[in-house]
Design a protein around this ligand. Structure first.
Ligand code: 5GP
Length: 175
């Protein structure tokens, strides 16, 4: 797909952010360019529009930058998966392990019904720990996770990655 090269080039790499040694993939520069932003959303929409998906679940915070546009275009609802103590209603929580320490994702009870077909979206997959927590949240309420989608994935993850048996669709590798 010729659009992928421009998408890759629109992502800014910020060395040593948020700490020394990390090459941070900054997707905010992709959002500044209407063409690459739209191409990114369009590629996901073309892939998912006929897959009978009723839920797009976005991972805080950068999954929120792509998820709602995709949801509106494919006729699905958007469900935010948030960091702890952000959602005001009753929640279910999934803890997960990060490179340094732990984190947790929460989802509102009642947002997703048993049997619904879900797409999970985030900007980047590295170890897959975040997406695994998201998958568990949706499966705990009886949803069927059709696929996870990310703009960026590490080379060892791209192509044949499956998390807990779920396929992960990735557009580009970090540069
Ligand atoms: P994982 O759980 O797969 O190890 O890490 C993925 C999560 O960390 C995602 O929620 C992603 O937003 C965040 N993340 C880690 N490194 C980067 C990075 O370099 N750039 C961006 N945009 N997000 C990152």
């Amino acid at each position: 797909d010729p659009r992928l090269q421009a998408i890759s080039e629109a992502i800014r790499v910020v060395p040593h952010f948020p700490k020394p040694g990390i090459m941070f993939q900054d997707i905010t520069t992709l959002l500044l360019d209407h063409k690459t932003f739209k191409d990114t959303v369009d590629i996901f929409v073309d892939r998912y529009r006929n897959m009978d998906i009723s839920v797009v679940a976005g991972v805080e915070a950068r999954g929120f930058m792509f998820g709602p546009s995709i949801a509106l275009a494919i006729g699905a609802k958007f469900v935010p998966l948030r960091k702890p103590r952000k959602l005001p209603g009753e929640v279910i929580s999934e803890a997960y392990v990060l490179e340094y320490g732990n984190d947790c994702l929460e989802m509102h009870v009642g947002a997703v019904q048993p049997g619904e077909r879900a797409l999970i979206i985030d900007d980047l997959v590295a170890t897959g720990g975040t997406l695994l927590a998201a998958i568990r949240l949706l499966e705990r309420v009886g949803a069927e996770v059709v696929e996870c989608a990310c703009v960026i994935g590490l080379p060892e993850v791209k192509g044949n990655c499956r998390l807990n048996g779920k396929p992960v669709y990735i557009l580009v590798e970090p540069s």
